[in-house]
Design a protein around this ligand. Structure first.
Ligand SMILES: [Cu+2]
Length: 125
């Protein structure tokens, strides 16, 4: 009887630590640092967006779109991952953005196979 209780407690402890571990392992790629920053107002059009995530991302399955205040898509160059920093996406902006506010919609596949998405906004003065 006592032995059973002990093994039950042990099993429970093991299960809860496994859960804690898997929650740690499930840390998906969340947007950590966008440049321009979320809600920032910049003086001139940026030449690119830089989105740094909490995990490395797969560029082939990740994308970023920019929409203006009229909800029109702004043409951007091919999204690239930083060679030296695989958690960082670079989005070239080939035509200068006119003054106004912009919404950035992103979706990424992190190297652990999980998809995440989100959006943020910045303005050009
Ligand atoms: Cu994940």
């Amino acid at each position: 009887m006592k032995k059973t209780t002990f093994s039950r407690v042990a099993a429970l402890l093991l299960a809860s630590s496994a859960l804690a571990f898997s929650q740690f392992a499930l840390a998906h790629a969340h947007l950590k640092t966008p440049v321009p920053a979320d809600k920032a107002t910049v003086d001139t059009s940026p030449k690119s967006l830089t989105l740094t995530f909490t995990e490395d991302v797969e560029p082939a399955f990740s994308g970023v779109e920019i929409r203006d205040a009229q909800n029109q898509t702004v043409p951007v160059g091919k999204v690239q991952v930083n060679d030296k920093q695989h958690a960082q996406l670079i989005v070239p902006i080939n035509q200068p953005l006119p003054a106004g506010s912009y919404k950035v919609n992103w979706h990424v596949l992190s190297v652990d196979g999980h998809k995440t998405k989100g959006s943020y906004q910045f303005s050009v003065k």
